[in-house]
Design a protein around this ligand. Structure first.
Ligand SMILES: [Zn+2]
Length: 314
């Protein structure tokens, strides 16, 4: 557990592909926040989706972070080794009458949904009568996903409001716009939403720094923190997304990936890459070279208070 008051952040890459420049920005900013506050930035490998985890990627991610001069504590958390903790959290939610088994197929979901939420159709609660528990459905029944009763969470804890360090106030009606979301998938894998909450709470993370694309997950995660009894959920700081010249989000799946961190590090020194990121944030001249420590020193909140920034090649 974290000593009270110690800043604890984290950087949590998925080993599904090499880091791109957006991931690098998240890593260096998360590291900088902790560095500036005399706290620590943990490293967590989010490899729950084993099928999408590629061999060798994890090692390359660690090497890239090290090349940038970002040091992390040695006890790297690996999600694939955390199943028992997720099971315990699931059981707690079941005991609290918050979980049911959903048997809907993808086609059922698409057909029944009146409108699309952030992550596909908003689920209407068709399977709510299939409560999981001693007198209900077995949580390990085949071919079911497990969903959490968002209506009950909001009834108990209110509809969360996120006061984001850089993106301002964010809220939405979780019941109407998200619906009962999946906490364990049909294939038995724990869902991202549950795993990150369990891990952040376990590690005493008190600020989550990550890309703006995850901002809309934050209200759900706050609800789960409350449901799992975390008295002090983390605060959030969502980074601007990095867009290409056409305004599209850079992603690991981009067909052409000149913006992979590895590629950049092959043609420019780490201080040059960090200097370029700082330049894109308007805090360094073009061509600047900075160390991770200098990056941290020049960073300020105003530089990050924007929804996106445009990538220019180094
Ligand atoms: Zn269902």
């Amino acid at each position: 557990m974290t000593p009270h008051g110690l800043y604890t952040g984290r950087y949590a890459p998925s080993p599904t592909g090499d880091l791109h420049i957006g991931n690098a920005l998240a890593a260096v900013v998360a590291w900088s926040r902790a560095h500036l506050r005399g706290g620590r930035c943990l490293l967590r490998i989010e490899d729950l989706d084993v099928a999408r985890t590629k061999p060798g990627v994890c090692e390359r991610i660690l090497a890239d972070l090290s090349d940038l001069g970002l040091g992390f504590p040695d006890d790297v958390m690996v999600q694939s080794a955390r199943t028992r903790a997720y099971e315990a959290a699931l059981q707690r939610l079941i005991d609290d009458d918050l979980v049911y088994a959903c048997t809907c197929s993808r086609r059922d979901l698409a057909a029944s949904a009146p409108h699309l939420g952030d992550e596909g159709p908003v689920y209407l609660g068709t399977c709510r009568h299939r409560a999981v528990g001693p007198s209900g459905v077995d949580k390990d029944s085949p071919h079911v996903s497990l969903r959490v009763r968002v209506d009950r969470l909001v009834e108990r804890f209110g509809n969360p409001i996120v006061h984001d360090a850089w993106q301002g106030v964010f809220t939405h009606d979780v019941v109407a716009e998200v619906g009962d979301f999946i906490i364990r998938r049909r294939d038995g894998l724990f869902a991202y939403q549950l795993a990150v909450v369990v891990d952040d709470a376990f590690s005493g993370v008190n600020e989550v720094v990550r890309g703006q694309d995850l901002l809309s997950s934050s209200p759900r995660q706050l609800l789960l923190h409350r449901a799992l009894g975390n008295p002090v959920p983390p605060s959030f700081a969502h980074l601007p997304l990095i867009l290409d010249a056409a305004g599209e989000r850079l992603s690991k799946r981009s067909p052409q990936a000149p913006e992979l961190l590895r590629t950049l590090l092959q043609r420019a020194s780490p201080p040059r890459v960090l200097g370029h990121l700082l330049h894109l944030l308007g805090r360094a001249q073009a061509g600047a070279e900075v160390s991770a420590v200098e990056f941290a020193a020049r960073l300020d909140d105003e530089a990050l208070k924007r929804p996106s920034l445009v990538w220019r090649s180094l």
